[in-house]
Design a binder for this molecule. Structure first.
Ligand SMILES: [Fe+2]
Length: 242
């Protein structure tokens, strides 16, 4: 039978082994964390690629902090906000954001900010990929040409919206009915709360770029075009994704 002293020693050794493993993973910063254990109805989705997949355009350390800390915090805070409200916690986050006026007033701002942060980041990770960039093709390319004149004109207008967003926020390419539009949004406001379908979005919060680009948001946005996952954007355009 294990003595109390032996049990304590075993516990301590196990804790040390876990801490070492965690530090090793953190130090290497190559492997995204698995989805967090659900402490509420909403969970952090895994990053669909390694932290360093978007190098040199987006650095691994930024991706790790952005996903594991910032996005995780939106999820945790959203869970806290809806903890006592099963009528909210049973719905997908995009359903809540599409109908904010139906959310009880006492948690509406929290759902808008934390839920918006969760939803926006969940699609943002998928809008990027290793060896991304280039230009869209097919119907999406034609529709962009029709709406903005050319891909370069679209890129110019999108960049202007991203760089010009005052303070924290996003710039989006959205589908609004049958039109394509470029719209900025402050904070974590999401275009889906205005009935628009976000196809492509760039996070221009400083947490998305400050470690590598400091105050040079235009350089970050220019580099970010090299990691766009146009395949995913096309799926969204075709209505395959929410
Ligand atoms: Fe962000």
């Amino acid at each position: 039978m294990m003595t109390r002293r032996q049990a304590l020693k075993t516990t301590l050794m196990t804790s040390l082994a876990c801490a070492t493993a965690a530090e090793f993973r953190f130090a290497n910063a190559q492997t995204p964390a698995p989805s967090t254990a659900a402490s509420g109805p909403f969970t952090l989705p895994s990053l669909p690629y390694a932290f360093d997949a978007l190098e040199p355009h987006i650095d691994a350390r930024t991706m790790q902090i952005h996903h594991d800390k910032h996005h995780a915090a939106y999820v945790a805070n959203l869970n806290k906000a809806v903890a006592d409200l099963p009528e909210l916690s049973s719905k997908p986050v995009d359903d809540l954001l599409k109908n904010l006026s139906a959310v009880p007033e006492k948690v509406r701002t929290a759902v808008r900010n934390q839920g918006g942060g969760h939803y926006n980041h969940s699609i943002f990770w998928q809008m990027m990929k290793k060896n991304g960039g280039g230009e869209p093709s097919g119907e999406l390319a034609k529709t962009i040409d029709k709406a903005f004149g050319s891909f370069n004109a679209f890129k110019e207008q999108f960049t202007k919206a991203a760089v010009g967003q005052f303070g924290s926020g996003w710039a989006w390419l959205v589908r609004d009915g049958s039109d394509l539009k470029i719209v900025p949004s402050p904070n974590q406001d999401s275009p889906i709360s205005e009935g628009k379908v976000p196809l492509l979005g760039v996070d221009v919060w400083e947490h998305a770029y400050y470690l590598k680009y400091q105050n040079r948001r235009p350089d970050y946005v220019a580099a970010w075009f090299n990691v766009i996952n146009w395949g995913y954007v096309t799926e969204r355009f075709q209505g395959a994704s929410k």
